[in-house]
Design a protein around this ligand. Structure first.
Ligand SMILES: Cc1cc2nc3c(=O)[nH]c(=O)nc-3n(C[C@H](O)[C@H](O)[C@H](O)COP(=O)(O)OP(=O)(O)OC[C@H]3O[C@@H](n4cnc5c(N)ncnc54)[C@H](O)[C@@H]3O)c2cc1C
Ligand code: FES
Ligand code: FES
Length: 1275
């Protein structure tokens, strides 16, 4: 073996040689910090978000083929990259050379908003095109399955990618033999002809063609290296870890003898997360490199032998091939494996993870192990002692020493037998999200009958997710052998299995009753599937399935998404240069796509920079008994640790916030994640290691108030309590025909902006000046709190924000606290300090949308009119009806009406949106179709629901709505504009440039915007509340009009002149070419005593109609179609506005359906990253999405009569919740369970399944509340 090897690989066509490589380094920090390729982003560090996607290419000297695959750089150890070529977003194109068609199209199709996810999306798409230059839509959807985006709602990204497909632009569905293009748009009324409305937000004609010959070639040097047979084991080492890469089987076995405890790292997708998140440390790692024997694929007489190093993606290809070639009866197991390989993780993980790693890591929720275990698979092992075969059985899965690999053994390959005639295998799984989510329960089932007799000869059933390992229901299966395949057998099987696979009420992961139900629901599905095949094989002997029960068979699968958009064309009377009303691309779109857009952590390291990380409370309510910093302080690189004693008397009480939270807690903590101390070290790694060594002793305090109910009981409320009264509710209740009372609970939501909290503070070294570069929505707050902490005047603190990688309200106050502490550290040490939160820390520290409880009493007439409503709203602010369409219609605002706080409104446009949504969605026709479907299908139900939206826009006071701008004209005729708004993806800077362009009648290309800074615009309000463009736009407009007024005489003297001429002339005449603009804010008031006022300037109206299908047996749901009609006034930029509507709608859909925060009974948040907390992914978007903007009707005093609509679309996501509710009601009705149904949000698979009560939900054992400690509690 050779020690101290050199690591050699290529990045973007350039050779990288590392002499002193640290095996603990992952590719992501290496690219970002060492190579300064910051296009690849950090979003989670655990393979769950795709922000770090790169393409890895490897040459195989045996097949002579190059394999290109997408990978998560955050889980790729650099030592595993010897001989590989890495391509990052910078390697495929840039604005300085040539942009790649993928980059161009994602930007021009408006597929970027905050842009933080974009490089990852680009690289997933690019890799797909390297392998398939003309992909199909299903390849495209698969390729993007491992990439999350929180802003766009995915539709524009899919639109961009679709332009590479052979057939694009239609639904690609040939259901019933017709596609959308054949039948109009799925029965939608045709949009009006002519130039009034547009359906396209981009023009394909201007796209660069994709030319595969232009791509980077695989480095010939790497090919030559791979062909050379004389390589030896490579060893890389640091003080802490040794990485051994054997290149022959012999060397691998020798290494395993020497280091029997060392893991054999293949994809590192199991070992990596364990090391990172569970603190498991391995001093030695063995990572085989291209050992032929581990990559074999052999077809034997009995089955297929697949090498342990074969990736799950390669395995998918191999099995697809086999199933195409062999008769179906031989490939039952392969079909079942393929089904799970289609949804297991995302493509990046599937390409990295190996079959051997998957099997040996034996995750309790492994998708493949239950199947391999029921399929009589065997494992071929090898050690220096020789070969051995062991069965992949329950003992192996339970890691029984007698059935496991010995420490010095290696798994070489896996034998997966062919199935026989009369043998059937099926795979089932249900997860929180359809794709890229670990299963809640999964299962592999296999049955073998005697030849044509329908008598069970062999039966194997295994489950994942229901215990600490994969569980086999062996005894139950044994007892069923010899029985015929009929309903009595099924009934017995359910009872036996529920008994054998018993889950305690407190089982980890919770959802216990749901899991129990799934166990037998899957069994029922298997029973039906097999019965169906038996019937096909022998129609005489086997009874046919009643057609309405067939609906249990098919899994809900999303088809390809397609969409139509409709918006008003710009006014024909407009000047041709005037960009207002045009779908102008996001100003930073191309830079997002090339990775050149700079976010806070992309800024280069400043000389002598330090890193700061926090130690937070692990208790929800406790006294801090002691904090021991000694061990942490003694570690190398540690510079200082700040505690509350360094920051005495400073709280978060500034300006608009009256909260008096200590920045760092010293005595007491009142939530998990509360900041206790800040560790400052020379590097991030050193700071994080030291933080783990800070020892805190707590004493728990009582009472622990976690849930809303507990807060009500303990009268623990934040004041002031607010009350609104309209009319006399007591009198009204006396008049109504009926009264309904109840409660509704809504879960909270994590912001899940893709860029975690980030800041860099640089002391300037003179006059106590300090620069704070930070990802925030509220620079002024950062300035104020920093100035207070440093005890300097605000004029010494400058806060700069170039752009923010998503915020959604989460980057306001907490960011201020984090920045102030970072600034304190920077000031104390006179050195720059960077603080970037990891995803888990971010979620824990920052909080999110509050859980909510509504207690209602509603009085209504028999004709559906609601006359009285008494509602108590409770919001869990943390430490510190089956409504029919008719009911919604009769209770809607009338044209001129009053809100509960007696503000007069004109709801004409609300009624218009509602009517148009009814029409475009063909509601009545589709409602009938849904009812027909429901009557014909017992186990699947559809639901259709439409909701209206009235979203108030305003910020509560005139002062809170003031905004300012600064516009400079330079002598060359170019313009620099600044305003107080923050660019967080919503495109405010793009809109501001459009405003300047209209006002000064100059092309967009002459106008520049550098970012937001307290240096240029002082005293800004926070960016939020949907009004950023509106308010700042009015200020920008004001500045431009001041300039125009000043320059009028000059322009009129030379009307054909250019801006350069006019600027020079103005300069010569000593006319100032710089102006500030101001908007004082909209009139706004509310008197909480009388409950009256005019708090809002205007209302955004809209309506959404959604259709879903649910699987009553599993709780899965599929979003079939959504139609949205919105009144946005005169849209300044329809591409950005539609983007905001869609993005918010999808985020709302997540809120109401799949996003679920789980807390332990001690108040510890479990869901701290994308692997536990599921935001919508590409598989969740409606298969059809139609968005139209209502033609503008009225002029108002807003910016060009536009409306701000960042947040409003979130609410429309509840149309999906109500559609699911509708579907569940249909199921319950059919099962004889009519009556009102109370369903809380989010309507997760668990809630859907458990609400569709049936014989299976009745069969499961239930635990008495209070008889066990649940794993999680609803807070
Ligand atoms: C984001 C994410 C999502 C995921 N989603 C899913 C999912 O939906 N469904 C699912 O089933 N799984 C899922 N997984 C788990 C994934 O399938 C496993 O992590 C993966 O298959 C492990 O393979 P690997 O090659 O990366 O293993 P590694 O991490 O490299 O190794 C894992 C273990 O296997 C041992 N090992 C590896 N090869 C050998 C060998 N040849 N001989 C002896 N021992 C060996 C190692 O010693 C180590 O202990 C997910 C993982 C991630 C990170
Ligand atoms: S950062 Fe790598 S997947 Fe999220
Ligand atoms: S644009 Fe995708 S996360 Fe913001």
């Amino acid at each position: 073996m050779e020690g101290g090897a050199e690591l050699l690989f290529y990045v973007n066509g350039r050779k990288v040689i590392e002499k002193n490589v640290d095996p603990e380094t992952m590719l992501l920090p290496y690219l970002r910090k060492k190579l300064r390729l910051t296009g690849t982003k950090y979003g989670c560090g655990g393979g769950g978000c795709g922000a770090c996607t790169v393409m890895i290419s490897r040459y195989n000297p045996i097949t002579k083929k190059i394999r290109h695959y997408p990978a998560n750089a955050c889980l790729t150890p650099i030592c595993s990259l010897y001989g590989a070529a890495i391509t990052t977003v910078e390697g495929i194109g840039s604005t300085k050379t040539r942009i790649h068609p993928v980059q161009e199209r994602i930007a021009k199709c408006h597929g970027t908003q905050c842009g933080f996810c974009t490089p990852g999306m680009v690289m997933s798409m690019y890799t797909l095109l390297r392998n398939h230059p003309e992909p199909t839509l299903s390849q495209l959807n698969d390729a993007l399955g491992g990439n999350l985006c929180r802003c766009t709602g995915y539709r524009p990204i899919i639109d961009a990618c679709k332009t590479f497909c052979k057939t694009s632009g239609c639904c690609q569905s040939k259901e019933n033999g017709v596609c959308c293009l054949d039948q109009g748009i799925n029965g939608l009324p045709e949009f009006e002809e002519g130039n009034e409305t547009s359906l396209k937000l981009f023009s394909e004609e201007e796209f660069l063609p994709l030319d595969p010959t232009q791509e980077l070639i695989f480095p010939p040097e790497l090919m030559t290296m791979a062909e050379k047979k004389t390589q030896k084991t490579r060893i890389f080492g640091s003080d802490r870890m040794t990485w051994i890469s054997p290149v022959t089987l012999k060397e691998l076995l020798e290494a395993k003898v020497k280091y029997p405890q060392a893991p054999v790292v293949m994809g590192n997708t199991s070992v990596g997360p364990d090391m990172k998140f569970k603190g498991i440390f391995h001093p030695v790692i063995i990572s085989p490199d291209r050992i032929e024997e581990l990559s074999v694929v052999n077809y034997t007489d009995n089955g297929l032998t697949v090498g342990a190093a074969v990736s799950l993606a390669e395995m998918k290809d191999i099995l697809s091939n086999v199933t195409r070639k062999l008769p179906e009866e031989k490939t039952q197991m392969y079909h079942a494996l393929l089904k799970h390989l289609g949804t297991l993780a995302g493509p990046q993980i599937r390409n990295m993870a190996s079959l051997g790693g998957h099997i040996v890591s034996r995750h309790p929720d492994s998708d493949l192990n239950p199947l391999l275990a029921v399929g009589n698979c065997t494992l071929n092992l090898l050690s220096k002692e020789g070969k051995r075969q062991i069965p992949l059985n329950e003992q192996f899965l339970r890691k029984c020493p007698s059935a496991d690999l010995k420490p010095e053994e290696i798994l070489i390959s896996v034998n997966i037998p062919y199935s026989k005639k009369w043998e059937f295998v099926s795979a089932f799984r249900q997860a929180q999200r359809q794709q890229n989510a670990l299963a809640i329960v999964n299962s592999g089932m296999r049955v073998c009958f005697g030849k044509g007799d329908g008598i069970i000869r062999e039966l194997s059933i295994a489950y994942g997710g229901v215990g600490p390992t994969t569980i086999l229901a062996k005894n139950s299966c044994q007892k069923l052998i010899g029985r015929p395949w009929n309903e009595e057998m099924l009934d017995a099987a359910c009872r036996l299995i529920l008994d054998e696979v018993s889950l305690p009420g407190s089982a980890p992961g919770g959802k216990v009753e749901f899991k129990r139900t799934l166990i037998i629901s899957f069994l029922f599905k298997f029973y039906l599937e097999v019965s169906q095949i038996l019937k096909e094989m022998d129609p005489v002997h086997y009874p046919s399935l009643a057609s309405k029960y067939e609906s249990a068979l098919e899994d809900l699968r999303s088809r390809h998404c397609w969409s139509t958009l409709k918006y008003q064309n710009a006014d024909l009377k407009q000047l041709s240069q005037d960009p207002i009303g045009h779908p102008i691309m996001h100003l930073s779109g191309i830079k997002h796509a090339t990775g050149e857009a700079i976010y806070c952590d992309d800024m280069p390291v400043v000389d002598r920079e330090l890193f700061l990380t926090f130690v937070t409370s692990s208790r929800a309510r406790a006294k801090i008994v002691s904090i021991d910093l000694s061990e942490a302080l003694s570690l190398p690189g540690v510079v200082d640790i700040l505690t509350g004693e360094h920051l005495p008397g400073i709280t978060t009480n500034f300006g608009f916030l009256t909260d008096t939270e200590q920045l760092l807690s010293t005595d007491e903590v009142s939530c998990v994640g509360q900041l206790i101390c800040a560790v400052i070290a020379d590097s991030e790694v050193q700071a994080r290691r030291a933080a783990q060594r800070v020892k805190i002793v707590y004493r728990d305090l009582e009472p622990l108030i976690l849930t809303i109910e507990e807060a009500i009981q303990n009268k623990s409320f934040f004041e002031p309590e607010r009350k609104l009264e309209y009319g006399n509710v007591d009198e009204a209740f006396k008049m109504v025909d009926q009264i309904l009372e109840g409660e509704i609970h809504m879960g909270g939501q994590e912001h899940f902006y893709m860029e975690t909290q980030s800041m860099l503070v640089v002391p300037k070294g003179e006059d106590q000046e300090i620069d704070v570069y930070v990802s925030t929505q509220f620079p002024k707050y950062i300035q104020d709190i920093t100035a207070a902490v440093l005890k300097v005047a605000a004029n010494k603190v400058m806060c700069h924000v170039k752009r923010v990688g998503g915020a959604f309200g989460g980057k306001v106050t907490k960011t201020g606290v984090l920045a102030a502490i970072t600034a304190f550290a920077a000031n104390k040490h006179g050195r720059p300090v960077r603080c970037i939160l990891e995803r888990g820390e971010d979620i824990l520290i920052t909080g999110g949308r509050h859980p909510y409880l509504g207690k209602y009493k509603v009085g209504f007439m028999n004709d559906g009119r609601i006359l009285a409503l008494d509602m108590e709203h409770y919001n869990n602010a943390g430490a510190f009806l089956d409504e029919s369409l008719f009911v919604r219609t009769v209770n809607m605002y009338k044209e001129i009406d009053q809100t509960p706080y007696k503000q007069e409104i004109n709801a004409k446009n609300l009624i218009q949106c509602w009517k148009e949504c009814m029409a475009t969605s063909s509601y009545t026709l589709r409602k009938a179709a849904v009812e027909k479907f429901n009557s014909e299908n017992y186990w699947k139900k559809k639901g259709l629901a439409m909701v209206p939206l009235k979203f108030p826009v305003g910020v509560g006071s005139v002062a809170a709505g003031q905004a300012a701008a600064l516009v400079h004209i330079y002598l060359d005729g170019s313009v620099l504009v600044t305003h107080g708004g923050i660019e967080m993806g919503q495109g405010v800077h793009t809109k501001m440039i459009q405003v300047v362009s209209r006002e000064l009648r100059m092309p967009l290309s002459s106008i520049h915007l550098r970012g937001t800074s307290t240096e240029t615009i002082p005293n800004t309000n926070p960016s939020g509340g949907s009004v950023v463009a509106d308010l700042n736009g009015l200020a920008v407009k004001d500045a431009c009009q001041t300039l125009l007024k000043r320059l009028e005489p000059i322009i009129s003297k030379n009307p054909r002149g250019t801006w350069k001429d006019w600027a020079q002339a103005a300069f010569n005449e000593s006319i100032s070419l710089s102006a500030t603009g101001y908007f004082r804010g909209y009139e706004s008031n509310i008197n909480w005593e009388t409950g009256e006022g005019h708090p809002f300037e205007y209302f955004v109206y809209g309506a959404a109609c959604s259709e879903v299908e649910i699987d009553c047996l599993t709780g899965a749901h599929k979003n079939i179609r959504t139609d949205i009609v919105m009144d946005v006034g005169y849209s300044i930029n329809p591409a950005l506005d539609i983007g905001q509507i869609e993005g918010a709608f999808i985020q709302g859909m997540g809120l109401y359906t799949i996003e679920e925060l789980n807390y332990s009974p001690q108040g510890v948040l479990y869901t701290r990253g994308p692997n536990q907390y599921k935001i919508p992914a590409i598989c969740d978007i409606p298969m059809e999405l139609h968005i139209s903007l209502l033609p503008p009707s009225e002029n108002s005093n807003t910016l060009y009569s536009s409306k701000g609509l960042g947040e409003s679309g979130i609410f429309l996501g509840c149309s999906v919740l109500f559609a699911i509710h509708d579907a569940i009601s249909a199921a319950r009705q059919e099962r004889g369970l009519p009556g009102p149904l109370r369903l809380n949000s989010p309507l997760t698979p668990e809630k859907i399944r458990m609400a569709c009560e049936d014989k299976f939900t009745k069969m499961i054992p239930r635990d008495e509340p209070g008889s066990y400690v649940p794993w999680s509690i609803p807070i």
